[in-house]
Design a protein around this ligand. Sequence first.
Ligand code: IMP
Ligand code: MG
Length: 175
Amino acid sequence: MIFPEKISDILIPSEKLSERISELGVEISKDFKDKDLTVVGILKGSALFTADLVRAIELPLVLDFMAVSSYGKGSPTGVVKILKDLDTEIEGREVLIVEDIVDTGLTLNYLIKILRARNPSGISLCVLLDRTVRRIIDLRIAYRGFEIPDVYVVGYGLDHQQLYRNLPFIATMKE
Ligand code: IMP
Ligand code: MG
């Protein structure tokens, strides 16, 4: 892997990511035993995390994806547009939303509202990165990978202008 010029430091190396994801997998496998689990990855940011997480969950599960876009940052409502909806029904099922990073919490809050209207038996959140300092909405995050400081991060699915998603680690960028 050639280290990109605009990348400053590695914040979370890939070994740390896989270690933590294994732990989350064990917890989730325990908590959703004998439940009808649907894992919903939010594209594109959580594609890599979701792919690794489901392989750490030792349960039968349905894997589905959604893609959303926010109507511009700073929208105080957090209303998002659905670019790609789920392919499967979630009524009566336990939904685990998998997201790359939660910042203000607006995106996830709105997404939960949309999915709740479809009458799943439950909705839980699994977030790889939690930047709590900028939180506006008080969300209950059942599964959290790492808490990170107030810095912009890329890699392992997260982008800057659509680049750097393929880096195998979480990194900070140069100014
Ligand atoms: P929220 O609605 O403010 O919680 O925004 C969360 C969304 O913003 C995430 O799903 C990401 O797509 C994006 N985002 C927030 N912080 C970062 C970052 O540091 N790097 C890349 N994307 C980010
Ligand atoms: Mg995202």
